[in-house]
Design a protein around this ligand. Structure first.
Ligand code: 0A1
Ligand code: ZN
Length: 854
């Protein structure tokens, strides 16, 4: 690495200062033009305290005019330094600041600010995109009502709030609710709406529109239905009602993230809006419903109550993820949703929390805020709220939330405000609980059991330890809610779920009056985001896998068995017969929910096995892991081929396609069975499913299995020919061959696909499909020759010059590099150093790679 790296100055939570001015009103006027859009702003300000007038301004904004109360400022009165514009002129206590700038949406490949996607003007302002539109205090604690005028010949012109007037070539929008600039949005283009309506609990009539490109209307209906369900659910579950006359959702093809909660005008990645049975999978439908809900729920948790500064991001994101998880649980199967969430939490957040990128749920320092839209802020942020709810109970939670909405409506709030409403509503002291927000790292919770047969007493001893994380060497104990149940040897539950509150580093809990030694079902419902370590042999786990009344804990027991046998198999062991037999019982248990059984049949990912091996202090070998996983799949299939075949046949859905929990559960079970059989039938089942399937869920699954079996040439061509004009399906076509390739071929396949003319890499979805496909192929990406690392580094550098957010985000694939062998590590180190040495790396990618490299 070269000596002189540019210094990256971090922003610190401790440096927070209020903005010296209040903004009473903002008027924006846009004259849209692809390469020279003119933006005029009038900002009415009142001084609150002493301090200079500073505005944020992107380097890509050309300033033409700036005046105070109609008087043009002298050049000497204004300085522009980096991204800050400072007004030095003497200012009255109340004044109107007016500016005129031009910006170039067509040249905006970073998709931050105002940009063009397929001829549609659209915006993305969170976190700091508004400064690329007009000079403004671009920080969430500055909130104001906005009025927006748009001049353009395009047919549909949208902004936040309610429409005021719409005439040829001009539209005016007024948002009565004060909001921070990051919630500003504007859309203009040739769009068609799929429309509906909703009457709120107090009788407000709301027009609902999902805007899509002409021709996409038939695929927008599910998004609209999901919106109606979300609006209803938030009224029923939280008493929260919508507060404008219209709610617009727009789907765009170029979008850096999933979707954005702009007030009254949500902008979505088209992947999270467009769906038809022929083009989208059950998983896509479920995500659409969840994300439509998520963005809608932000209207209260994010918009009406926003964050004081970006360090408080989890205030809106953790809470809104928690709410969208509750929503999905209510619409579908709650236990299955919980299992899915824990699988993702472990795959993404635990990995983050245990590696070089670990940071607290509320970080105290960042260089680039866009690098902190993380699994920790979002998913662990949601887990922390789940724990709070468990500790204060459902009633306490409901009271606290009512108080939160009452007390903080219209505020830019902090985590301190959030915890205070819980303290005030429930009388509980949350000082220790706050560590969940301030301390990074995943606690390791060790449980040991002592049984006293003479007195019928079981003593559970827990010990908690959180390993050091960057910048935080010591971790005091946290409060951990541990949900426990006890099962007697005959399978009866002798102790229903009870929540133990652990507050010390080491703590004992006793249960007495027991007639026989029970089996402990621990951490039910995954009651805290910790790693639980306990001594329980395979027979004990198999017992819980068969008898636990808590579905999460039951699934978890099976998962533990699978992981343990896989780890042993990488060291040369044969598959554990206990596990194979336990899977047989799942296959026979036709009374259980099909979606739950499908979860039980899925093997842990290669990555999860690698983590388990590293946790045990060993060095994971990606190739051995991949082989072990294949071998275990084959062993299950050989042992249970008849049962798998029966499940596959009996769970075929003959009714017309519905993306609901019932049908998607049956398809999931059927496909899980086929996935196992695929290891022994040479792709025969997948071939016939691919030919017959009438929906994308089964077609895509069959295609993936054919790729894994090395039999996909013909199917891939047919798939492409059939869907070449459906972008989102073509993304899938780019992803599957890389993600599912036998590891030795993955990098080659990725290279071949990346060389195609239709690898439209500047489109974030297309880039993520191919590059993310490779990083999800564990042994393929971590190829021993380092070519996976080189390929990724090449593409990150190329993307970084165009779209730093996407490059930075995808660099996370390197985060676990240090757990592998010396040869792999030196290849990874070289790739990381090569990026750090690149002459004009973005702030985003530089921050990520330096943290990962350390
Ligand atoms: N608030 C959005 C996420 C989001 C964040 C940043 C974006 O651009 C950089 C876009 C969206 C959400 O939680 O859905
Ligand atoms: Zn969100």
């Amino acid at each position: 690495m070269s000596e002189e790296q540019p210094v990256q100055t971090p922003h610190l939570l401790a440096d927070y200062r209020p903005y010296p001015f209040t903004i009473n009103q903002v008027r924006l006027d846009f004259t849209l033009d692809p390469s020279a859009t003119v933006v005029r702003a009038e900002i009415q300000m009142t001084r609150r305290q002493s301090g200079e007038l500073e505005l944020d301004i992107g380097k890509d904004v050309t300033l033409h005019r700036i005046s105070v109360d109609g008087v043009e400022l002298e050049p000497a009165d204004v300085t522009r330094d980096g991204e800050v514009l400072t007004v030095h002129a003497a200012l009255p206590d109340q004044f109107t600041l007016a500016t005129e700038v031009t910006i170039n949406p067509a040249a905006n490949t970073a998709f931050e600010g105002l940009y063009l996607s397929n001829g549609i003007f659209c915006t993305q302002c969170e976190a700091e995109g508004f400064r690329h539109i007009t000079p403004y205090p671009d920080r969430p604690d500055v909130m104001a009502p906005f009025e927006v005028t748009i001049h353009s010949a395009l047919p549909v012109l949208l902004s936040n709030g309610n429409p005021v007037s719409q005439s040829d070539g001009q539209a005016v929008w007024q948002d009565p609710w004060k909001k921070p600039a990051y919630l500003f949005a504007l859309v203009a283009g040739d769009l068609h709406a799929v429309s509906g309506e909703f009457t709120t609990m107090s009788g407000r009539h709301v027009d609902l529109n999902v805007w899509v490109r002409p021709g996409d209307e038939p695929r927008a209906g599910y998004a609209l239905e999901s919106l109606v369900r979300s609006m209803k659910w938030d009224e029923e579950a939280y008493g929260r009602e919508y507060d404008l006359d219209v709610f617009n959702i727009v789907a765009v093809d170029d979008f850096n993230m999933g979707a954005m909660e702009n007030k009254g005008l949500n902008i979505f990645n088209s992947k999270l809006v467009l769906a038809s049975p022929e083009t989208a999978t059950d998983m896509d439908y479920e995500r659409i419903e969840g994300v439509i809900g998520h963005e809608y729920f932000h209207n209260w948790t994010g918009n009406r109550i926003t964050c004081r500064d970006w360090f408080q991001l989890c205030l809106k994101e953790g809470l809104t993820v928690f709410r969208d998880q509750q929503f999905t649980s209510a619409m579908r199967s709650a236990p299955v949703k919980r299992i899915q969430d824990v699988v993702t939490l472990r795959a993404r957040q635990f990995r983050e929390d245990q590696g070089p990128l670990a940071h607290p749920v509320r970080p105290e320092s960042f260089v680039e805020i866009n690098n902190f839209y993380t699994a920790t802020v979002y998913e662990k942020g949601a887990e922390v709220i789940g724990m709070l709810k468990r500790l204060v109970g459902d009633d306490g939670y409901a009271k606290a939330l009512d108080l939160y909405f009452d007390r903080h409506d219209g505020d830019a709030a902090t985590i301190e405000d959030w915890l205070k409403v819980f303290e005030d509503a429930t009388g509980r002291d949350l000082t220790q609980f706050k560590r969940w927000y301030s301390d990074a790292g995943t606690p390791i919770l060790t449980m040991s059991e002592a049984w006293d047969a003479a007195t019928g007493t079981l003593t559970l001893t827990f010990e908690q330890k959180t390993p050091p994380t960057p910048g935080q060497p010591d971790k005091p104990p946290r409060v951990i809610p541990i949900a426990i149940g006890l099962i007697s040897p005959n399978g009866d539950e002798v102790q229903p779920t009870t929540v133990l509150e652990m507050t010390k580093e080491k703590q004992e809990f006793t249960f007495d009056g027991l007639s026989a030694q029970p089996v402990v079902s621990a951490l039910r419902g995954f009651s805290a985001p910790v790693v639980l370590k306990r001594q329980l042999d395979a027979a004990g786990k198999a017992f819980l896998f068969a008898h636990d009344t808590d579905p999460f804990a039951r699934w978890e027991a099976g998962r533990d068995l699978a992981r343990e046998t896989l780890v042993a198999m990488t060291g040369g062991a044969s598959p554990d017969p206990e596990y194979i037999a336990a899977i047989g019982r799942v296959l026979a248990d036709d009374d259980a929910d099909p979606a739950f059984r499908a979860m039980c049949l899925r093997l842990p990912s290669d990555e999860e096995i690698a983590v388990a091996i590293s946790d045990a202090g060993n060095v994971p070998d990606p190739d051995a892991i991949h082989e072990a996983r294949e071998a275990l799949g084959a062993a299950i299939a050989s042992a249970h081929d008849t049962a798998l075949d029966r499940i596959y046949r009996e769970n075929a859905v003959s009714e017309p396609y519905e993306p609901d929990a019932d049908q998607s559960g049956r398809r999931a079970l059927r496909l899980a069975a086929l996935g196992l059989l695929n290891r022994i039938d040479g792709g025969a089942g997948a071939t016939s499913l691919f030919d017959q399937a009438g929906n994308m869920t089964e077609r895509a699954a069959a295609l993936g299995l054919l790729i894994a079996a090395g039999k996909a040439d013909d199917a891939l061509q047919r798939f492409y020919d059939e869907f070449s004009d459906v972008r989102l399906v073509v993304d899938m076509w780019f992803m599957l061959p890389v993600a599912m390739a036998p590891p030795k071929q993955a990098v080659e396949v990725a290279k071949t696909l990346a060389a195609r003319a239709d690898f439209d890499w500047k489109n974030p979805n297309r880039f993520r499909a191919l590059i993310g496909g490779l990083s999800s192929n564990h042994a393929g990406f971590h190829a021993a020759d380092g070519l996976g690392y080189d390929f990724l580094a090449d593409w990150l550098l190329k993307m970084d010059a165009v779209n730093p957010q996407i490059a930075a985000r995808m660099s996370g694939a390197f985060e676990s590099w240090a757990q592998y062998d010396e040869a792999r590590k030196s290849h990874a180190r070289a790739a990381l150093d090569r990026m750090l040495d690149a002459p004009s790396l973005s702030r985003n990618l530089r921050e990520m790679v330096s943290r990962i490299r350390n």
